[in-house]
Design a protein around this ligand. Sequence first.
Ligand code: DX5
Ligand code: ZN
Length: 215
Amino acid sequence: MTLVSPSLLSADFGQLNHDIDMLNNSEAAMLHIDVMDGVFVPNISFGFPVMKYIQKAAQKPLDVHLMIVDPGRYISQVRDCGAEIMNVHYEACTHLHRVIQQIKQAGMKAAVTLNPATPVIMLSDIIDELDMVLLMSVNPGFGGQSFIEHTIKKTRQLRELITNTHSHALIEIDGGINDKTGRQVVEAGADILVAGNYIFSSPDPKETISKLAAL
Ligand code: DX5
Ligand code: ZN
């Protein structure tokens, strides 16, 4: 059984209630919320007012992925929007260890995200502290991009690091996930699949979530 975290970035914001209801009644384990600032990534998505709205409608844990510079500035706001997991990018934090401690002190689970060009080994001195590691399998900023194959090898390396250090961190993969790429990363050791375009552009999104959950 694989955990599925559908990305609301691909939802229809004109009928957000309807799409969140569908996710509430699906096999989704959590909801993936992509926040972009137009600086860390070349796109802007949405911010706290929309997250507050999602919090009200969602009946599943919120998995918040911050694609913003210096995310440590917003820990209490993210907590107040109901986040269960706060994902910060390795590339966006000068003092990553401090940010991770502060996320946990605020009562959230702490996750670090790696861009495609950042090697897994960069986490060796922080892996013990983490609840989750998110590997980007596309360059962050947009939904609907193609999966970068190198992520399969990185997933194996991360699984090895977690095993060797007895860390309890879960492995989440984000970008270009479909049944084929999803299966490949699950075989390589992934626990959680994020999927946006594949779920929301399919004729039966609930069924698509079930298919991914069965991988
Ligand atoms: C990309 C976001 C992803 C995105 C995934 O920057 O972090 O979560 O929504 O979308 P798909 O599954 O369409 O690649
Ligand atoms: Zn994401």
